[in-house]
Ligand binder design. Structure first.
Ligand code: NAD
Ligand code: UDP
Length: 349
């Protein structure tokens, strides 16, 4: 038993509330703190690298539904990096008091992924965006939404400018992704207008580069994987549909500039160099030197016939335009997949 005086002395030794708070809340780093949802994905991991290089402290949140820890393996032990495994469609709690940016990149992104995961895709576009916006509002952070050229659907205007409202089939198989992103844009603008959150919306056009998943079904890894393993390149439809491919470092530079800007309406970021899917297959065959032929398969429902960004807004507002030409970017990507396939199979032959 303590005597009364011993008890008083014991209480006096206990830290006061202010000291407790100082002790138990996370230290507020002087550097900018960025949260990246979807941080273990293709784009989220490249964005993280750029933010770290800019001197930010980065907290990545990902449930690994389509992401890959190999994308962030090089960050293990980095004291400016923290990984949180969490589904952002559920409430997000972060103890950090200082958060300056929330980049909301979590979402299945390849047509195969979102066709297999229709409800998680709708949820992360709706509930995940709501929770990420709530986090940004609470911490008074800038919010950046990874939106998409899919907001334009199968476009009737070409090239696509930000003021085009799109041509989306809401009940088609791609609707789960397109409408989730359109809802996410509406929610983002509502938080900007009604809660005064500093928000940005980037409409990302087809981006490629290292760290894409070999079997994610998107045309870049599909064709490169097929070419490197001597299988026929599978063109859906007659190959006359067009896409415009942007190398990942260019895209990330545009996103970083947008995050630092004071512009709140959507901005297209992509490379306007447009080609047909048949021309793309021919380029992959030429550059890899493969003996693979081409095999034609049915065109998926609602597959957009054309896609090309008008980047006038990004040029004017951000002083941004892509710098990596197709040959350079695609060769780096082929090298990445070649190493990856060799690791998995022992050889690419
Ligand atoms: P990705 O699949 O490689 O990355 C998405 C990441 O989000 C994955 O790591 C996944 O595990 C994570 N994720 C998904 N749902 C989640 C959830 N509920 N909670 C936590 N994490 C979750 O795809 P990506 O190509 O890196 O795409 C990133 C973002 O950019 C997506 O929002 C996508 O819609 C958008 N985008 C990408 C492209 C492109 O060409 N890559 C084009 C347009 C838009
Ligand atoms: N595509 C193809 N073969 C494949 C994968 C995709 O011909 O193995 C086509 C697809 O039908 C679309 C284009 O390539 O017209 C781009 O597809 P991707 O899935 O990369 O992205 P999208 O732009 O359709 O979201």
């Amino acid at each position: 038993m303590f005597s009364f005086n011993e008890r008083v002395a014991e209480i006096a030794r206990q830290p006061r509330q202010a000291e407790l708070e100082e002790h138990f809340t996370m230290p507020a780093p002087a550097k900018a703190v960025s949260v990246v949802t979807g941080g273990a994905g293709f784009l989220g991991s490249h964005l993280t690298d750029r933010l770290l290089a800019e001197g930010h402290h980065v907290i990545a949140i990902d449930n690994l539904i389509t992401g890959n820890v190999a994308n962030i393996g090089h960050l293990a032990g980095n004291e400016n990096y923290r990984f949180v495994r969490h589904n952002v469609s559920n409430f997000i709690f972060l103890p950090e008091q200082k958060i300056d940016f929330v980049f909301h990149f979590a979402s299945p992104a390849s047509p195969i992924d979102y066709l297999e995961l229709p409800i998680p895709t709708l949820k992360v576009g709706a509930l995940g965006t709501h929770n990420s916006l709530g986090l940004a509002k609470d911490k008074k952070a800038t919010f950046v939404l990874a939106s998409t050229s899919e907001c334009y659907g199968d476009p009737l205007v070409h090239p696509q400018k930000e003021d085009y409202w799109g041509n989306v089939n809401p009940i088609g198989p791609r609707g789960v992704y397109d409408e989730a992103k359109r809802f996410a844009e509406a929610m983002t603008m509502a938080y900007h207008r009604y809660h005064d959150v500093d928000t940005k919306i980037v409409r990302i056009f087809n981006t490629y580069g290292p760290r894409m998943r070999l079997h994610d079904g998107r045309v870049v890894p599909a064709f490169i994987g097929e070419a490197l393993t001597g299988k026929p390149l599978t063109i859906f439809g007659d190959g006359s549909q067009t896409r415009s491919f942007c190398y990942v470092s260019d895209l990330i530079d545009g996103i970083f500039r947008l995050a630092m800007s004071d512009f709140h309406e959507p901005v297209n970021i992509g490379n306007p160099r447009e080609m047909t899917i048949k021309q793309f297959a021919d380029e992959i065959i030429r550059i890899t030197g493969t003996k693979s032929g081409i095999e034609y398969r049915p065109l998926p429902e609602d597959d957009p016939k054309v896609r090309q960004p008008d980047i006038g807004r990004a040029k004017k507002i951000l002083g941004w335009e892509p710098r990596v030409n197709f040959d350079e970017g695609i060769r780096k990507t082929i090298d990445y997949f070649r190493q990856h396939i060799e690791l998995v199979n022992g050889t690419t032959k």
